[in-house]
Design a binder for this molecule. Structure first.
Ligand code: SAM
Length: 177
C-alpha cells in the first residue's frame, strides 16, 4: 500500500506563506461559522497546516472548549504551538499523525477538514477514524477545492458512515450516521 508522505520543509513554508495571503481575502472565520462551531465544543482540525482554522476556532470556542490540531508535518504543529503561546490560547492541543489520532471513541463534537484529503492514499482509513472519534450525530465539516461536488459526496457518504446535512458555499457539513 502507498504510504502517506509529508511535504519538504521548504514546500511547507511556501504553503504557509501562501495561506497568509489567502486568509486576507478569505478570512478563516467564515468557514468556522459555516461549520456552526459553538462555545464549549471539542473540535478536531484534521490536516491543520499552519493553523489558519485552528486559531479561528480557538477564538470561537472559549476556554471551556478545545481545538485539537492534527497534521502529518511536524512544522505545522510547531507553528501552531508558537502561535498559541504568543496569543495566550490555552485551548489548543496538537497531534502529529498521518491517520490514527489516539483520541477516545466518540469524544469529539466536530471535525473540520479543509483542503486535505484529495491526494492522500489512505483517505478511507482517515474517514473511518473520523467516524470513530466523533460523538453520535456529530458533524464533519469538509471542503476540498481539488474535488468536485459529486466526488466529495460519493467519497464521504458511500460507506454509510456519514450523510450530508447541508452545503454552505463550497463547504459540506456531514452528520455521522
Ligand atoms: C493544503 S494543506 C491545508 C491546511 C489547512 N487545512 C488549511 O486549509 O489552511 C494540507 C495539510 O494536510 C496535511 N496532511 C497531508 N497528509 C496528511 C495526513 N495523512 N494526515 C494528516 N495531515 C496530512 C499537510 O501536511 C498539510 O498541512
Amino acid at each position: 500500500m502507498k504510504k502517506n508522505k509529508k511535504q519538504s520543509n521548504i514546500d511547507f513554508r511556501f504553503m504557509s506563506f501562501f495561506f497568509k495571503i489567502r486568509d486576507k481575502f478569505h478570512p478563516p472565520i467564515n468557514k468556522i461559522r459555516n461549520a456552526n462551531i459553538r462555545d464549549g465544543e471539542i473540535v478536531l482540525d484534521y490536516g491543520c497546516g499552519s493553523g489558519s482554522y485552528t486559531i479561528a476556532t480557538a477564538q470561537n470556542i472559549g476556554s471551556s472548549g478545545k481545538i485539537i490540531a492534527a497534521d502529518i508535518h511536524p512544522l505545522a504543529l510547531k507553528k501552531i504551538r508558537k502561535k498559541a503561546e504568543k496569543m495566550g490560547y490555552i485551548n489548543i492541543e496538537t497531534i502529529q499523525t498521518d491517520c490514527a489520532t489516539g483520541l477516545d471513541d466518540e469524544s469529539i463534537d466536530k471535525i473540520i477538514c479543509f483542503d486535505v484529503l484529495h491526494n492522500i492514499p489512505n483517505k478511507n482509513k482517515i474517514l473511518k477514524e473520523f467516524h470513530r472519534v466523533l460523538k453520535p450525530n456529530a458533524m464533519l465539516s469538509f471542503d476540498d477545492h481539488h474535488m468536485n461536488e459529486e466526488e466529495i459526496k460519493e467519497f464521504i457518504t458511500s460507506k454509510g458512515l456519514f450523510e450530508l446535512s447541508e452545503k454552505k458555499d463550497k463547504q459540506y457539513n456531514f452528520i455521522k450516521t
